[in-house]
Design a protein around this ligand. Sequence first.
Ligand SMILES: Cc1ncc(COP(=O)(O)O)c(C=O)c1O
Length: 297
Amino acid sequence: MVQHGPVPSSDLTRAHAELLDAQDPLRAFRDRFVRRDDELVYFDGNSLGRLPSETIEALSSAVNDEWGTGLVRSWERWIDLPIRVGDRVGRALLGAAPGQVVVCDTTTANLYKLAWAASAARPGRTAVVTDDANFPTDRYVLAGIAAARRLEMRVVTADPVDGVTAAAVSAAIDDDVALVTFSHVDYRSAAVAEIREITDLAHRAGALTLWDLSHAAGAVPVDLDGWGVDLAVGCSYKYLNGGPGAPACMSAGSCSKGCCRRYGAGSARRTNSPWVPSSIRHLACADGSAERRQCSA
Ligand SMILES: Cc1ncc(COP(=O)(O)O)c(C=O)c1O
């Protein structure tokens, strides 16, 4: 049984630490990472966690076999990888049915694409909402889009410990709001936002939601379809051990009635170009209502 919370000072002995290690259910994973210096105590998770041993062989095979030997023929395998890996990430980690998640680009680039498309899908609305503890680049991107589209940017103050709660953001969300965007897990405090409640709140006001899952994917349960989340971004370079240069992902959810399935990744599949922003241009229900929750199908 793993103990949580502060360890009593009397337990701060090597013997007790080794006992806890021995009882740790995640212990076996340790051997799946490269450890070249057993004296090193490594806590860095800043996109540069330890190297998974399997990555060495996988990268070597991609360069030597797929590029070196396969040359252009390797396109056959590569071209759909963003979608195939996206489906696996969606199923295993994000609670998203196939066809909604594409692995591509960086978190920031994906956030830009989705936030731009989302604000365009709510014509006539004049505001976007985020919080002051959201990741800096997320806020900068949103501020840029707000300036370009002449939208008011409403920045909620989040509690540093409790994180983003529905109660704290409810006053900022009304019928003028096009997009509500927060991080699911706070990158500094690890506070978990009330994603389901806030998503419901935004939908009741007719707004779209966009969640940054960078620190949630692989760390806490995520259920995008169950929560009815419209849009999400995340990355493979935190708890998924992607390492430097690894891609991020973006998700565009499907209408619960199915009429607007795949308006994100689906159009990417048709064009074979999941990296192209136009893949999310069709951010609207098939009936043209541009209101995922109000479609008539
Ligand atoms: C929560 C969160 N959002 C966005 C980003 C930005 O990621 P990138 O610089 O790869 O676009 C990061 C990077 O650490 C992050 O932690």
